[in-house]
Design a protein around this ligand. Sequence first.
Ligand SMILES: [Zn+2]
Length: 375
Amino acid sequence: MFGRGITLIKLFGFEVKIDFSWLLLGLLITWTLAQGLFPHFYEGYQTLTYWLMGVAGALGLLVSIVFHELWHSLIARRFGLPMQGITLFIFGGVAEMTEEPSSPKVEFFMAVAGPISSVVLGLGLFGIVFLGDSLGWPQSVTGVINYLALLNLILAGFNLIPAFPLDGGRVLRSVLWGWKDNIRWATQLSSKIGGGFGIALIIIGLIEVITGNFVGGIWMFLIGMFIRGASQTAYKQLILRRSLEGEKVRRFMKSDTVTVPPSLSVEDLVEDYIYKHHYKMYPVVEEGKLIGCVTINQVKEIPKEERDKRKVAELAQSCSGKNTIGPDEDAMQALSIMRKNRASRLMVAEGDKLVGMISLKDMMGLLSLKIDLEE
Ligand SMILES: [Zn+2]
């Protein structure tokens, strides 16, 4: 769901991206405000006015979320933590981290920065409403600001629920982490609480749907699913990171590799290799020298009737940092290359010699054994 958004602006060096799912949320909010909330509380305006108020409310929400995430990012950067940018998606926003916080202190300050900024913004907006009312501003203006003020306080409150990976859960994790100096235990416990909170939301959501509050119930259900998923992922990622730290590619690679010669016809590649070994990528080797690799995506581009005449050599993709890694490089690096290029296997090469293959499946297999034995 992440990463496919469009960049809105750059703020203090952080790219603010908006996922397409947020546009859906924006439309939903605009509609709810223009057709429901604002006409209910502020009577006597024209339809167009309500729609303008709705649009202003939705844009204000967007700014509020960016403001909140921006403070997370600014504080993180202050502590030397590299931040990728801010992405807005259907359940709010995320300040994307490329690394975990280095100490409980860093995590604590980074986590509380968001909710504190939202409370300050909310109170500031209430101040503006107060000022506007005393100056006789129209209710169509103060009404929207009042709504945004309240929304910022709700944003802070919701995020402070101690369910990892919400801000409150991060605060909880940092306190537990600082207390026992064990990030794994702290993450496990706060993720469990996060998962439990997610399940509670799912159940309440279902009850709401059954008792007639359909829209509200569905939202709770979806947010519950999201939090549950995110808390599980967060824990798994931590375990993965910890287990991969300092490990070399060599440890995970398999050296009995299936390779193909460049003179092989594409038809034989399909029949004798792809259908037999079920891999999506094959290193192309000629006289012990690694030339490149061929993937099923390239095979797909060759029409069936031409496959017996075409050779692997024509399709072979040369080796690059996208499909090849050295045996002494970090395993974490291999994982991030796979993730970035959506590849499940990488060639392990020393110079122009293929020494093995590393796959996500083998890495996971070894890691789960390791975790099993050490738990
Ligand atoms: Zn936050």
